[in-house]
Design a binder for this molecule. Sequence first.
Ligand code: MG
Length: 390
Amino acid sequence: MGTNSRIHPERNDVPLLVDPMKITELRPFILHVPVTGSGIADSSHQVTDWGAVGALIDTDAGIRGCGYTGTHGHLPTDRLICDCIEHAYAPLLAGEDPRNVRALWSKLYHCPSIRWVGRAGITQMALAAIDVALWDIQAKAAGMPLWKLLGGGESKRLEAYNTDGGWLNWSLEQLVADAQTMVEEGFRGIKIKVGSPDPNDDLRRIAAVREAIGPGVKLMVDGNGRWDLPTARNLGRKFCDFDIVWFEEPMWFDDVRGHRALARAIETPIALGEQLYSLDAFASFIEAGAVQYVQPDVTRLGGITPWLQVADLALAYRLPVVAHVADMMQIHQHLAFAHPASHLMEYIPWMRECFEEPATVRGSYFHLPQSPGAGTTLRPDALERFGVDR
Ligand code: MG
């Protein structure tokens, strides 16, 4: 029996090998962090600040967990997520052992009154923040970075592709110059936005970038749900001329039938998942053959717990998992290092100044994080610098 073992308080013949731990306090927060330049745009959104709406969860063991979801820095809806964390979920966590993270996810997800109004949207993003904080505590209690707690190994290489560029509000000249810069910095993959009012403009932009970066660099395109099936099919058939690795979110986010039809009509693989809220939604797309690159995001999917389920589902269909990183890479780097279906992840560094150990790329590969936890520990001044009154 180890020196830390104790006797079960109710059955004095049963040794307790794991000391109990209880959640003592939960405090929501909102961060707004400026994005690149004076703001960015894709075919569906314009963003000046990235939002992190989350929770700090304290325990009687002195361990603090941090989790958050990702938003467009829209304060009215950020406050709704905060309210959901504080008033709907926090009372269900009082006194619970945070390491029972899968059981707690089920308790929160299946709370009848919350489920009645939720299962997607604000309730699911609030759940994501809590679930991530609980996994952060779990990993810190184990004294390990999350990737190691999940069974990953030191030798895995995780390639980065740069998505901090390619914006639709940039001129062709700025787009091409930035793409060249990213390649000169060592990236071997980049993504650019499509979905211009005139789709021929997109073809011109793709052709110019491909010519500028040469044939050896991965090039992806992202429509952010802009097009209908006829337009997506017409353009998608031309993408193979430019060796496009994948066509991301070509059409409306929930349209399984449309993406299945498109997948059968074009050679370029389809990537999606950043707007899906559930394991069931991923199952529908995967089973239909409507997606080839699976892009789950913990911040929308309800946390790490369902992310791992989606990644396992993708693996069962032998599909690659390429996480969408509305967490700005901090959490997903651990998951990608640990999961066998994941070898490539996007790089977008907007929130690096918020974290104790920001995700880092050397050459074109992610550095393996070393600190215990899920990568979410905030720098002491993060709330002061980027915090917004909730
Ligand atoms: Mg995208």
